[in-house]
Design a protein around this ligand. Structure first.
Ligand SMILES: C[S@@+](CC[C@H](N)C(=O)[O-])C[C@H]1O[C@@H](n2cnc3c(N)ncnc32)[C@H](O)[C@@H]1O
Length: 290
């Protein structure tokens, strides 16, 4: 039934992700952005919920089945952004994000980037024998050898090389005023480390780095930490063309759908909990709810 594009496009669908995804056609979405339930972290109150399995292997197996469906529905040039956090058990780190990332590599995904989501407002903890965790992972996977990635859409400000910097003009031009290939006396000088210039001094900013500092956001109605909109924004801007379709198989309160819609993309969200599905539906109708 949902195989008719019109029925699932820009919809929030209720049900088990693995099952609902079978109703989506092959190669039908451009980008997937998702944050699955973490291992033994929360109770999402549905019989089909993922996360409360008895062993890491069982949990990874269940996620893997969902991501095999994701692979099928993603276009050949599509991107998959997977947010995962780790878990301590008896004081020892499980390494869950990497266990999942390596499993997905085995299943044919190309792992392109391991992004550290640095949370400046992460929960304090009382641990005395290790640092307090202040990050999670965002893995960028592609399905094919080439894929859509809009580098310009997510550039960040230069840090070392600014117009004020002493490093104007590159390595051999330390301290020289007005010495950049873009302005001043060296303007247009093609000898100024062209390759390096393109990377370091791109007028729109430098290529985004793999550490993203984004504060946690709180959605008042949800019983879990929702995606910060900024985080989803970066994934969608880089990984989904305008008018493309973004899928979130664990859509929760609907952040991925809200951001996709705001950025001129289509969305499809899935969640097994009717309460969260309704919350997501309300949010896409009223994006300022947060
Ligand atoms: C970490 S939350 C997602 C939060 C979301 N990123 C947001 O911004 O609100 C994970 C979601 O997965 C849902 N979920 C758990 N098991 C599921 C399953 N088998 N199929 C679909 N959704 C499931 C839960 O109900 C929960 O809403």
């Amino acid at each position: 039934m949902a195989s008719d594009k019109k029925q699932w496009l820009d919809s929030i669908l209720l049900g088990d992700a693995c099952k609902v995804l079978t109703e989506l056609p092959d190669l039908s979405v451009h980008c997937i952005v998702t944050s699955p339930p973490y291992y033994q972290q929360r109770d999402y109150s549905t019989p089909v919920q993922i996360g409360n399995e008895n062993s890491p292997e069982e949990y990874i197996g269940n996620l893997r089945r969902v991501f095999i469906q994701c692979f099928r529905v993603l276009r050949e040039d599509g991107t998959f952004w997977l947010n995962l956090g780790d878990k301590y058990q008896d004081g020892a780190l499980l390494g869950m994000p990497w266990r999942i990332a390596l499993t997905l590599k085995d299943d044919g995904w190309f792992l392109r980037s391991d992004i550290i989501w640095h949370k400046p407002n992460a929960m304090p903890s009382s641990v005395k024998n290790r640092p307090t965790t202040g990050h999670e992972y965002i893995f960028l996977f592609s399905k094919g050898k080439t894929y859509h990635y809009d580098i310009d859409a997510v550039r960040e400000p230069h840090v070392t090389f600014t117009p004020q910097s002493r490093m104007r003009g590159g390595r051999n031009h330390f301290g020289k005023t007005n010495g950049t290939p873009e302005e001043g006396k060296n303007k247009g000088n093609s000898n100024l480390h062209n390759g390096r210039w393109d990377q370091a001094f791109h007028p729109k900013g430098r290529n985004r780095r793999t550490v993203w500092e984004i504060a946690l956001s709180k959605f008042r109605d949800a019983h879990f930490a929702v995606f910060p909109e900024k985080l989803v924004e970066l994934c969608v801007l880089a990984g989904c063309p305008e008018n493309g379709i973004v899928l979130d198989p664990f859509v929760g309160s609907g952040t991925t759908a809200v951001v996709a819609q705001r950025l001129g993309r289509h969305y499809v969200g899935i969640d097994s909990n009717p309460k969260y599905c309704n919350m997501a539906k309300e949010r896409v109708l009223q994006p300022t709810l947060l």
